[in-house]
Design a protein around this ligand. Structure first.
Ligand code: HMG
Length: 389
Protein backbone atom coordinates (compact mmCIF):
# COMPACT_ATOMS: atom_id res chain seq x y z
CA UNK A 1 0.00 0.00 0.00
CA UNK A 2 1.30 3.45 -0.89
CA UNK A 3 1.16 6.16 1.80
CA UNK A 4 2.05 9.80 1.30
CA UNK A 5 1.03 13.36 0.53
CA UNK A 6 -2.52 13.66 -0.79
CA UNK A 7 -2.86 17.43 -0.40
CA UNK A 8 -0.58 20.31 0.50
CA UNK A 9 -1.59 23.87 1.40
CA UNK A 10 0.25 26.99 2.48
CA UNK A 11 -0.39 30.26 4.26
CA UNK A 12 1.78 33.30 4.88
CA UNK A 13 0.72 36.63 6.43
CA UNK A 14 -0.35 39.51 4.22
CA UNK A 15 2.67 41.78 4.82
CA UNK A 16 6.31 41.58 3.78
CA UNK A 17 9.45 43.67 3.44
CA UNK A 18 11.73 44.05 0.46
CA UNK A 19 15.22 42.70 1.15
CA UNK A 20 17.03 45.41 -0.83
CA UNK A 21 15.34 48.05 1.33
CA UNK A 22 16.26 46.17 4.51
CA UNK A 23 19.88 46.01 3.30
CA UNK A 24 19.89 49.77 2.63
CA UNK A 25 18.48 50.44 6.09
CA UNK A 26 21.22 48.28 7.64
CA UNK A 27 24.00 49.86 5.56
CA UNK A 28 24.67 46.57 3.78
CA UNK A 29 25.29 46.04 0.05
CA UNK A 30 21.82 44.85 -1.23
CA UNK A 31 23.48 42.04 -3.21
CA UNK A 32 24.55 40.46 0.07
CA UNK A 33 20.90 39.80 0.94
CA UNK A 34 19.57 39.07 -2.56
CA UNK A 35 22.53 37.02 -3.85
CA UNK A 36 24.71 36.17 -0.83
CA UNK A 37 21.72 35.12 1.30
CA UNK A 38 19.39 34.62 -1.69
CA UNK A 39 16.23 36.29 -0.38
CA UNK A 40 14.01 38.80 -2.23
CA UNK A 41 11.18 39.33 0.26
CA UNK A 42 10.57 38.45 3.88
CA UNK A 43 7.15 37.71 5.35
CA UNK A 44 6.31 39.48 8.61
CA UNK A 45 3.67 38.24 11.06
CA UNK A 46 1.42 40.86 12.68
CA UNK A 47 0.31 40.01 16.24
CA UNK A 48 -3.02 38.80 14.85
CA UNK A 49 -1.24 35.91 13.07
CA UNK A 50 0.47 33.38 15.31
CA UNK A 51 1.51 29.75 14.82
CA UNK A 52 -2.04 28.53 15.45
CA UNK A 53 -3.92 30.93 13.17
CA UNK A 54 -1.42 30.48 10.33
CA UNK A 55 -1.68 26.68 10.60
CA UNK A 56 -5.48 26.88 10.64
CA UNK A 57 -5.43 29.07 7.53
CA UNK A 58 -3.14 26.62 5.72
CA UNK A 59 -5.40 23.71 6.76
CA UNK A 60 -8.62 25.44 5.70
CA UNK A 61 -7.18 25.98 2.25
CA UNK A 62 -6.99 22.23 1.56
CA UNK A 63 -9.53 20.39 3.71
CA UNK A 64 -12.90 19.35 2.31
CA UNK A 65 -15.77 17.66 4.18
CA UNK A 66 -14.49 14.19 3.36
CA UNK A 67 -11.05 15.01 4.81
CA UNK A 68 -12.62 16.45 7.96
CA UNK A 69 -14.46 13.15 8.51
CA UNK A 70 -11.47 10.91 7.68
CA UNK A 71 -8.77 12.75 9.68
CA UNK A 72 -8.31 11.27 13.15
CA UNK A 73 -4.82 12.54 13.94
CA UNK A 74 -3.67 16.19 13.89
CA UNK A 75 0.07 16.69 14.36
CA UNK A 76 1.39 20.24 14.58
CA UNK A 77 5.13 20.84 14.38
CA UNK A 78 6.32 24.22 15.63
CA UNK A 79 8.99 26.03 17.60
CA UNK A 80 6.69 29.07 17.97
CA UNK A 81 4.21 27.39 20.34
CA UNK A 82 1.74 29.70 22.10
CA UNK A 83 1.15 27.73 25.31
CA UNK A 84 3.36 25.60 27.55
CA UNK A 85 0.62 22.98 28.00
CA UNK A 86 -2.11 23.07 25.38
CA UNK A 87 -1.08 21.98 21.90
CA UNK A 88 -1.68 24.25 18.94
CA UNK A 89 -3.09 21.15 17.22
CA UNK A 90 -6.19 21.22 19.47
CA UNK A 91 -7.04 24.76 18.35
CA UNK A 92 -6.42 23.88 14.69
CA UNK A 93 -8.55 20.73 15.03
CA UNK A 94 -11.42 22.95 16.19
CA UNK A 95 -10.87 25.87 13.80
CA UNK A 96 -10.64 23.51 10.82
CA UNK A 97 -13.84 21.66 11.79
CA UNK A 98 -12.34 18.16 12.03
CA UNK A 99 -14.58 15.39 13.48
CA UNK A 100 -14.13 15.03 17.23
CA UNK A 101 -12.80 11.43 17.54
CA UNK A 102 -9.25 12.50 16.75
CA UNK A 103 -5.86 12.84 18.50
CA UNK A 104 -4.29 16.32 18.47
CA UNK A 105 -0.65 16.80 19.48
CA UNK A 106 2.15 19.37 19.11
CA UNK A 107 5.74 18.29 18.34
CA UNK A 108 8.99 20.20 18.85
CA UNK A 109 12.52 19.80 17.50
CA UNK A 110 13.42 23.10 15.83
CA UNK A 111 12.78 22.95 12.07
CA UNK A 112 12.62 19.15 12.01
CA UNK A 113 9.39 18.29 13.84
CA UNK A 114 6.97 18.27 10.88
CA UNK A 115 9.14 15.51 9.38
CA UNK A 116 8.78 13.43 12.55
CA UNK A 117 5.03 14.08 12.26
CA UNK A 118 5.04 12.69 8.72
CA UNK A 119 6.79 9.52 9.88
CA UNK A 120 4.19 9.11 12.66
CA UNK A 121 1.42 9.70 10.14
CA UNK A 122 2.78 6.95 7.89
CA UNK A 123 2.79 4.50 10.80
CA UNK A 124 -0.75 5.45 11.75
CA UNK A 125 -2.09 5.10 8.21
CA UNK A 126 -0.35 1.75 7.71
CA UNK A 127 -2.40 0.47 10.68
CA UNK A 128 -5.60 2.29 9.66
CA UNK A 129 -5.57 2.70 5.86
CA UNK A 130 -9.02 4.30 5.78
CA UNK A 131 -7.93 7.20 8.02
CA UNK A 132 -6.11 10.42 7.11
CA UNK A 133 -3.63 12.51 9.10
CA UNK A 134 -3.24 16.29 9.07
CA UNK A 135 0.37 17.44 9.54
CA UNK A 136 1.12 21.13 10.10
CA UNK A 137 4.44 22.96 10.10
CA UNK A 138 3.95 26.52 11.33
CA UNK A 139 6.40 29.13 12.58
CA UNK A 140 7.50 32.72 12.95
CA UNK A 141 11.28 33.02 12.55
CA UNK A 142 12.56 35.94 14.62
CA UNK A 143 16.18 36.83 15.39
CA UNK A 144 15.60 40.50 16.16
CA UNK A 145 16.54 43.84 14.63
CA UNK A 146 20.15 44.46 13.59
CA UNK A 147 21.19 40.85 14.25
CA UNK A 148 23.16 38.56 11.91
CA UNK A 149 20.07 36.41 11.49
CA UNK A 150 17.75 39.33 10.65
CA UNK A 151 17.75 38.75 6.86
CA UNK A 152 16.83 35.10 7.43
CA UNK A 153 13.52 35.63 9.25
CA UNK A 154 10.04 34.83 7.88
CA UNK A 155 6.59 33.51 8.80
CA UNK A 156 4.17 30.95 7.43
CA UNK A 157 2.59 27.53 7.67
CA UNK A 158 2.24 24.43 5.55
CA UNK A 159 -0.63 21.94 5.91
CA UNK A 160 -0.24 18.40 4.58
CA UNK A 161 -2.93 15.73 4.35
CA UNK A 162 -1.44 12.23 4.39
CA UNK A 163 -3.41 9.22 3.26
CA UNK A 164 -3.22 5.81 1.63
CA UNK A 165 -3.14 5.96 -2.18
CA UNK A 166 -1.99 9.60 -2.17
CA UNK A 167 -2.48 11.78 -5.22
CA UNK A 168 0.71 13.89 -5.00
CA UNK A 169 3.71 12.05 -3.52
CA UNK A 170 4.03 8.40 -2.38
CA UNK A 171 6.65 8.32 0.37
CA UNK A 172 9.33 5.62 0.62
CA UNK A 173 9.61 3.96 4.04
CA UNK A 174 13.41 3.82 4.16
CA UNK A 175 14.39 7.23 5.49
CA UNK A 176 17.57 7.74 7.53
CA UNK A 177 17.66 10.15 10.47
CA UNK A 178 20.32 11.16 12.99
CA UNK A 179 20.48 13.11 16.26
CA UNK A 180 23.37 14.91 17.92
CA UNK A 181 23.33 17.26 20.93
CA UNK A 182 24.85 20.52 19.59
CA UNK A 183 24.23 24.24 20.22
CA UNK A 184 24.02 25.79 16.77
CA UNK A 185 20.61 27.49 17.23
CA UNK A 186 18.14 27.55 20.11
CA UNK A 187 15.59 29.81 21.84
CA UNK A 188 15.69 29.97 25.64
CA UNK A 189 12.28 29.97 27.37
CA UNK A 190 12.68 33.64 28.38
CA UNK A 191 13.35 34.90 24.86
CA UNK A 192 11.12 35.95 21.95
CA UNK A 193 14.17 35.77 19.68
CA UNK A 194 16.21 32.79 18.54
CA UNK A 195 19.92 32.66 19.38
CA UNK A 196 22.29 31.28 16.80
CA UNK A 197 25.92 30.54 16.06
CA UNK A 198 25.39 31.35 12.38
CA UNK A 199 28.54 29.93 10.78
CA UNK A 200 28.46 26.82 12.98
CA UNK A 201 24.77 26.27 12.11
CA UNK A 202 25.59 26.29 8.38
CA UNK A 203 28.39 23.79 8.92
CA UNK A 204 26.26 21.59 11.19
CA UNK A 205 23.50 21.55 8.54
CA UNK A 206 25.97 20.43 5.86
CA UNK A 207 27.59 17.83 8.14
CA UNK A 208 24.17 16.32 8.89
CA UNK A 209 23.27 16.36 5.19
CA UNK A 210 26.39 14.53 4.03
CA UNK A 211 26.22 12.09 6.94
CA UNK A 212 22.56 11.02 6.51
CA UNK A 213 22.89 10.99 2.72
CA UNK A 214 25.95 8.69 2.98
CA UNK A 215 24.08 6.34 5.31
CA UNK A 216 20.94 6.49 3.12
CA UNK A 217 23.00 5.52 0.04
CA UNK A 218 24.55 2.60 1.87
CA UNK A 219 21.25 1.30 3.21
CA UNK A 220 19.14 1.77 0.08
CA UNK A 221 21.80 1.26 -2.63
CA UNK A 222 20.42 4.35 -4.37
CA UNK A 223 22.59 7.18 -5.65
CA UNK A 224 21.98 10.59 -7.25
CA UNK A 225 21.03 9.01 -10.58
CA UNK A 226 17.91 7.58 -8.85
CA UNK A 227 16.62 11.09 -8.09
CA UNK A 228 14.91 13.42 -10.52
CA UNK A 229 15.08 16.34 -8.05
CA UNK A 230 16.13 17.20 -4.51
CA UNK A 231 14.50 19.49 -1.93
CA UNK A 232 16.13 20.77 1.24
CA UNK A 233 15.25 22.59 4.40
CA UNK A 234 15.65 26.21 3.24
CA UNK A 235 16.48 28.64 6.08
CA UNK A 236 17.54 31.01 3.28
CA UNK A 237 17.79 30.02 -0.35
CA UNK A 238 21.59 30.22 -0.58
CA UNK A 239 21.67 27.40 2.00
CA UNK A 240 19.68 25.26 -0.45
CA UNK A 241 22.33 25.93 -3.09
CA UNK A 242 25.13 25.06 -0.66
CA UNK A 243 23.33 21.78 0.11
CA UNK A 244 22.92 20.94 -3.57
CA UNK A 245 26.58 21.73 -4.24
CA UNK A 246 27.68 19.53 -1.34
CA UNK A 247 25.73 16.54 -2.64
CA UNK A 248 26.75 16.97 -6.28
CA UNK A 249 30.45 17.60 -5.62
CA UNK A 250 31.46 14.24 -7.09
CA UNK A 251 28.39 13.63 -9.24
CA UNK A 252 28.35 13.09 -13.01
CA UNK A 253 27.74 16.11 -15.24
CA UNK A 254 24.36 14.68 -16.20
CA UNK A 255 23.18 14.25 -12.59
CA UNK A 256 24.49 17.67 -11.60
CA UNK A 257 22.80 19.42 -14.54
CA UNK A 258 19.47 17.68 -13.90
CA UNK A 259 19.43 18.34 -10.14
CA UNK A 260 20.67 21.95 -10.51
CA UNK A 261 17.96 22.52 -13.13
CA UNK A 262 15.27 22.13 -10.46
CA UNK A 263 16.94 24.44 -7.94
CA UNK A 264 15.23 27.71 -9.05
CA UNK A 265 11.65 26.35 -9.08
CA UNK A 266 12.29 24.63 -5.74
CA UNK A 267 13.16 27.90 -3.99
CA UNK A 268 10.76 30.28 -5.71
CA UNK A 269 8.29 30.48 -2.77
CA UNK A 270 11.01 30.39 -0.08
CA UNK A 271 12.72 33.37 -1.74
CA UNK A 272 9.53 35.41 -1.34
CA UNK A 273 8.73 34.32 2.24
CA UNK A 274 11.96 33.61 4.16
CA UNK A 275 12.50 30.95 6.79
CA UNK A 276 9.32 29.34 8.09
CA UNK A 277 11.30 26.80 10.14
CA UNK A 278 9.17 23.60 10.35
CA UNK A 279 7.43 24.28 7.04
CA UNK A 280 10.49 25.36 5.02
CA UNK A 281 11.33 21.99 3.45
CA UNK A 282 7.67 21.47 2.54
CA UNK A 283 7.38 24.99 1.12
CA UNK A 284 10.32 24.11 -1.12
CA UNK A 285 8.61 20.86 -2.17
CA UNK A 286 5.41 22.82 -2.88
CA UNK A 287 7.40 25.35 -4.88
CA UNK A 288 9.05 22.63 -6.96
CA UNK A 289 5.75 20.84 -7.65
CA UNK A 290 3.90 24.04 -8.56
CA UNK A 291 6.57 26.19 -10.17
CA UNK A 292 8.67 23.47 -11.82
CA UNK A 293 7.94 21.60 -15.06
CA UNK A 294 5.78 18.44 -14.79
CA UNK A 295 8.08 15.75 -13.40
CA UNK A 296 8.16 12.40 -15.23
CA UNK A 297 5.73 9.75 -13.95
CA UNK A 298 6.98 8.12 -10.72
CA UNK A 299 10.03 10.42 -10.61
CA UNK A 300 11.75 10.17 -7.24
CA UNK A 301 12.39 13.29 -5.16
CA UNK A 302 14.92 13.29 -2.32
CA UNK A 303 14.16 15.42 0.74
CA UNK A 304 16.48 16.63 3.50
CA UNK A 305 15.02 17.86 6.76
CA UNK A 306 17.19 19.63 9.36
CA UNK A 307 16.31 21.01 12.77
CA UNK A 308 19.03 22.68 14.78
CA UNK A 309 20.06 21.18 18.04
CA UNK A 310 20.06 18.86 16.04
CA UNK A 311 18.13 16.22 14.10
CA UNK A 312 18.44 15.58 10.37
CA UNK A 313 16.71 13.15 8.04
CA UNK A 314 17.01 12.15 4.39
CA UNK A 315 13.92 10.59 2.89
CA UNK A 316 12.27 10.27 -0.48
CA UNK A 317 9.07 9.84 -2.42
CA UNK A 318 7.75 9.31 -5.93
CA UNK A 319 5.44 11.77 -7.63
CA UNK A 320 2.06 10.39 -8.65
CA UNK A 321 0.86 10.63 -12.26
CA UNK A 322 -1.33 13.72 -12.71
CA UNK A 323 -0.12 15.33 -9.47
CA UNK A 324 -0.13 18.78 -11.09
CA UNK A 325 -3.93 18.80 -11.21
CA UNK A 326 -4.03 18.54 -7.39
CA UNK A 327 -1.77 21.54 -6.77
CA UNK A 328 -3.08 25.04 -5.94
CA UNK A 329 -0.61 27.07 -7.97
CA UNK A 330 -2.87 30.04 -8.78
CA UNK A 331 -4.05 30.38 -5.17
CA UNK A 332 -0.47 30.41 -3.88
CA UNK A 333 0.71 32.86 -6.52
CA UNK A 334 -2.09 35.26 -5.61
CA UNK A 335 -1.48 34.78 -1.87
CA UNK A 336 2.10 35.98 -2.48
CA UNK A 337 1.32 38.72 -4.99
CA UNK A 338 -1.56 40.24 -3.01
CA UNK A 339 0.58 41.00 0.03
CA UNK A 340 1.25 44.57 1.14
CA UNK A 341 4.81 45.86 1.39
CA UNK A 342 5.72 47.35 4.77
CA UNK A 343 8.11 50.23 5.19
CA UNK A 344 11.17 49.35 7.24
CA UNK A 345 9.78 51.52 10.07
CA UNK A 346 6.48 49.59 10.05
CA UNK A 347 8.36 46.27 10.05
CA UNK A 348 10.56 47.36 12.96
CA UNK A 349 7.48 48.33 14.97
CA UNK A 350 5.69 45.03 14.24
CA UNK A 351 8.75 42.89 14.98
CA UNK A 352 9.10 44.41 18.44
CA UNK A 353 5.43 43.97 19.38
CA UNK A 354 4.41 41.14 21.66
CA UNK A 355 1.34 40.16 23.63
CA UNK A 356 1.30 41.34 27.26
CA UNK A 357 3.38 38.97 29.40
CA UNK A 358 1.50 39.76 32.63
CA UNK A 359 -1.85 38.24 31.64
CA UNK A 360 -3.55 41.56 30.81
CA UNK A 361 -6.48 41.28 28.39
CA UNK A 362 -5.86 42.58 24.89
CA UNK A 363 -8.02 43.09 21.79
CA UNK A 364 -6.07 43.08 18.53
CA UNK A 365 -6.76 45.32 15.57
CA UNK A 366 -7.00 42.38 13.16
CA UNK A 367 -9.21 44.05 10.54
CA UNK A 368 -6.39 46.43 9.73
CA UNK A 369 -3.60 43.91 9.73
CA UNK A 370 -4.72 40.56 8.41
CA UNK A 371 -6.44 39.06 5.39
CA UNK A 372 -6.25 35.48 6.69
CA UNK A 373 -9.62 33.97 7.38
CA UNK A 374 -8.56 32.83 10.87
CA UNK A 375 -7.07 35.49 13.13
CA UNK A 376 -6.01 35.86 16.73
CA UNK A 377 -8.56 38.41 17.93
CA UNK A 378 -6.98 38.92 21.34
CA UNK A 379 -6.50 37.44 24.78
CA UNK A 380 -9.20 37.38 27.44
CA UNK A 381 -8.77 35.95 30.95
CA UNK A 382 -5.44 34.49 29.77
CA UNK A 383 -7.20 32.56 26.98
CA UNK A 384 -6.36 33.20 23.35
CA UNK A 385 -9.40 34.16 21.30
CA UNK A 386 -9.28 32.90 17.72
CA UNK A 387 -11.96 33.65 15.21
CA UNK A 388 -12.91 33.36 11.60
CA UNK A 389 -12.84 36.82 10.08
P1 HMG B 1 26.58 36.83 7.82
O1 HMG B 1 27.81 36.75 8.65
O2 HMG B 1 25.77 38.06 7.90
O3 HMG B 1 26.88 36.67 6.31
O4 HMG B 1 25.70 35.56 8.20
P2 HMG B 1 28.22 36.27 5.53
O5 HMG B 1 29.25 37.29 5.75
O6 HMG B 1 28.55 34.82 5.82
O7 HMG B 1 27.67 36.42 4.06
C1 HMG B 1 26.65 35.59 3.58
C2 HMG B 1 26.94 35.30 2.13
O8 HMG B 1 26.77 36.52 1.39
C3 HMG B 1 28.37 34.84 1.86
O9 HMG B 1 28.29 33.86 0.85
C4 HMG B 1 29.03 36.09 1.32
O10 HMG B 1 30.15 35.84 0.47
C5 HMG B 1 27.89 36.71 0.54
P3 HMG B 1 28.73 32.34 1.14
O11 HMG B 1 30.16 32.39 1.55
O12 HMG B 1 27.87 31.89 2.29
O13 HMG B 1 28.46 31.64 -0.14
N1 HMG B 1 28.04 38.15 0.29
C6 HMG B 1 27.73 38.73 -0.88
N2 HMG B 1 27.29 38.21 -2.05
C7 HMG B 1 27.04 39.09 -3.07
N3 HMG B 1 27.29 40.42 -2.99
C8 HMG B 1 27.74 40.97 -1.85
C9 HMG B 1 27.99 40.10 -0.73
N4 HMG B 1 28.43 40.31 0.54
C10 HMG B 1 28.47 39.10 1.14
N5 HMG B 1 27.96 42.28 -1.78
C11 HMG B 1 24.09 33.81 8.22
C12 HMG B 1 24.86 34.80 7.35
C13 HMG B 1 23.26 32.92 7.32
C14 HMG B 1 25.09 32.93 9.00
C15 HMG B 1 23.19 34.60 9.20
O14 HMG B 1 22.23 35.31 8.49
C16 HMG B 1 22.50 33.72 10.24
O15 HMG B 1 23.07 33.46 11.30
N6 HMG B 1 21.24 33.26 9.97
C17 HMG B 1 20.50 32.38 10.89
C18 HMG B 1 21.07 30.98 10.95
C19 HMG B 1 20.75 30.12 9.76
O16 HMG B 1 19.85 30.39 8.99
N7 HMG B 1 21.48 28.99 9.62
C20 HMG B 1 21.24 28.04 8.55
C21 HMG B 1 21.63 26.63 8.91
S1 HMG B 1 20.88 26.09 10.44
C22 HMG B 1 19.22 25.77 10.00
O17 HMG B 1 18.91 25.71 8.86
C23 HMG B 1 18.23 25.64 11.11
C24 HMG B 1 17.33 26.84 11.31
O18 HMG B 1 16.37 26.90 10.27
C25 HMG B 1 16.66 26.79 12.68
C26 HMG B 1 15.87 25.56 13.08
O19 HMG B 1 16.26 24.42 12.86
O20 HMG B 1 14.84 25.78 13.73
C27 HMG B 1 18.11 28.14 11.26
Amino acid sequence: MEIGIDKIGFYTPEVFIDMEKLAEARGVEPAKYTIGIGQEKMAVAPLSQDAVSMAANAALEVLDDEDKEAIDFVLLGTESGVDHSKSGAVWVHHLAGIQKYARSVELKQACYSATAAITMAMGHISLHPDRKVLVLGTDIAKYGLNTGGEPTQGAGAVAIVLSANPRILALDADSVSMSEDISDFWRPLHSDYALVDGKFSNQAYLNFLTDVWGEYKQRTHRDLSDFEALCFHVPYTKMGKKALKALTEQASEEDTARLMGYYEPSISYNKAVGNIYTGSLYLSLLSLLEQGPELPENARIGLFSYGSGAVGEFFSGKVKPGYKSHMMKEAHESLLSNRRELTIEEYEAILQQSLPKDGTDVALDFEETSTGSVVLKGVQDNIRQYGIK
